[in-house]
Design a protein around this ligand. Structure first.
Ligand SMILES: [Zn+2]
Length: 214
């Protein structure tokens, strides 16, 4: 076992909204976790989203950790009473927008048919500007459809008109509402179906045979 120096500690600093947050702990993992949490908490407050337990866990949430890590400087192993030197920690000056935060942390919970309009915009608020285009965005592929075991995402390459692709909704068999779209990625199709409120995924190879919809 590595000898732990009782006089030394891991110290990490972050800068958010021009304020410096300093966290320290006996292990680098613990210090990292605390500083990430502090940054995430600040982001939640600014974007008015709820703090989510375990927000950082797993491969699926790597983009969230990466986003938060942009605000965090270099961890240093220092003496407990050593003065804090912001320059030594190389604390970045990261800027962000509320939109970015909402997208990074809430994209998946926002992905429901009623939040997606006929032009492929995902709405994250009531206002006219509170939306962003899904075209060019990456969508996490549902694990049961993914080609490999790991977490996959694919970029939305195109939008199509669902009425041109189907006679009826593969989810509920009803008529497809006017303006329903299909988000097209390299290997998948996603139809946000307003008729039944379902997000209907299909693998590209199945597209000839509509029975394969899930
Ligand atoms: Zn339907």
């Amino acid at each position: 076992m590595a000898k732990i120096n009782e006089n030394k500690i891991w110290r990490i600093a972050a800068r958010i909204d021009d304020e410096i947050i300093i966290k320290q702990a006996s292990s680098i993992e613990k210090a990292t976790r605390t500083v990430r949490n502090a940054v995430f908490q600040r982001l939640c407050d600014s974007a008015e989203i709820e703090y989510e337990l375990g927000w950082w866990k797993g491969h699926r949430h790597a983009p969230r950790r990466d986003f938060v890590d942009n605000f965090i400087g270099k961890p240093l192993y220092v003496f407990v009473d050593e003065e804090f030197e912001v320059d030594l920690h190389e604390v970045p000056y990261e800027v962000y927008s509320i939109e970015q935060v909402r997208l990074t942390f809430r994209k998946m919970s926002l992905m429901t048919p009623d939040n997606i309009d006929s032009w492929g915009y995902l709405h994250w608020g009531q206002g006219d500007s509170e939306k962003f285009s899904l075209l060019g965005e990456k969508l996490p592929i549902p694990p049961h459809l993914a080609l490999s075991k790991g977490f996959e995402e694919e970029e939305v390459l195109a939008l199509s008109d669902a009425q041109e692709c189907f006679d009826s909704c593969p989810g509920c068999n009803r008529e497809i509402p006017f303006g329903t779209i299909i988000l097209v990625t390299e290997h998948f199709r996603l139809m946000p179906a307003n008729c039944c409120g379902k997000m209907i995924w299909q693998k590209e190879e199945d597209s000839v045979d509509n029975d394969e919809w899930v």
